[in-house]
Design a protein around this ligand. Structure first.
Ligand SMILES: C=C(O[C@@H]1C=C(C(=O)O)C=C[C@H]1O)C(=O)O
Length: 125
C-alpha cells in the first residue's frame, strides 16, 4: 500500500467531541454520521493536494533546468479567473476559493525557489 492511501489510524477517534455526553444521543448519532463523510472528504482533499504537489514539484525541476522564473503571473491570473467561475457554479464563496488557491500557489512558489537553489548548487559542483 502506498503512503498516500488511507491507513487505519489507531490514534484517531471519529467520535471525539467536546459535546460527548452533553447532547441527546440521537442528535450525536446524526452529527457523527455527517462527520464520517467529512472525514472521507478531508482524506480525499489531502490525497489530491499531495498529487498536485507531486505535479508542481515536476514543474519546479523543469523550470530550474531551463532557468525559468519560479512564478508565472499570467498563468495564475487565468487560473484565478477560472476558479472564480467554477466557485460560483458550485455555490462556493469565490473570495474564499481565490484565497485558498493563492495560499497553495504561494507554497508552490516557495518550493520552486528552493528547487532552483538546489539545482544551481548542484550545477556549480
Ligand atoms: C506550477 C506552476 O508554478 C507556479 C504555481 C502555480 C500553481 O500552483 O498552480 C501556477 C503558476 C506558477 O506561479 C506553473 O507554472 O505551472
Amino acid at each position: 500500500m502506498s503512503e498516500t492511501t488511507q491507513h487505519h489510524d489507531s490514534e484517531y477517534d471519529p467520535a471525539a467531541s467536546s459535546l460527548q455526553g452533553q447532547v441527546d444521543p440521537e442528535l450525536m448519532q446524526e452529527l457523527l454520521h455527517i462527520r464520517s463523510s467529512i472525514d472521507n472528504i478531508d482524506a480525499a482533499l489531502l490525497n489530491m493536494l499531495a498529487e498536485r504537489f507531486k505535479c508542481t514539484q515536476r514543474v519546479g525541476w523543469l523550470k530550474a533546468r531551463h532557468q525559468l522564473p519560479a512564478s508565472d503571473p499570467g498563468r495564475e491570473t487565468a487560473q484565478i479567473a477560472r476558479l472564480h467561475r467554477l466557485a460560483e457554479e458550485a455555490h462556493l464563496d469565490p473570495v474564499f476559493a481565490e484565497k485558498f488557491l493563492n495560499f497553495i500557489i504561494d507554497e508552490v512558489i516557495r518550493h520552486h525557489e528552493a528547487i532552483s537553489e538546489t539545482h544551481a548548487a548542484e550545477s556549480n559542483r
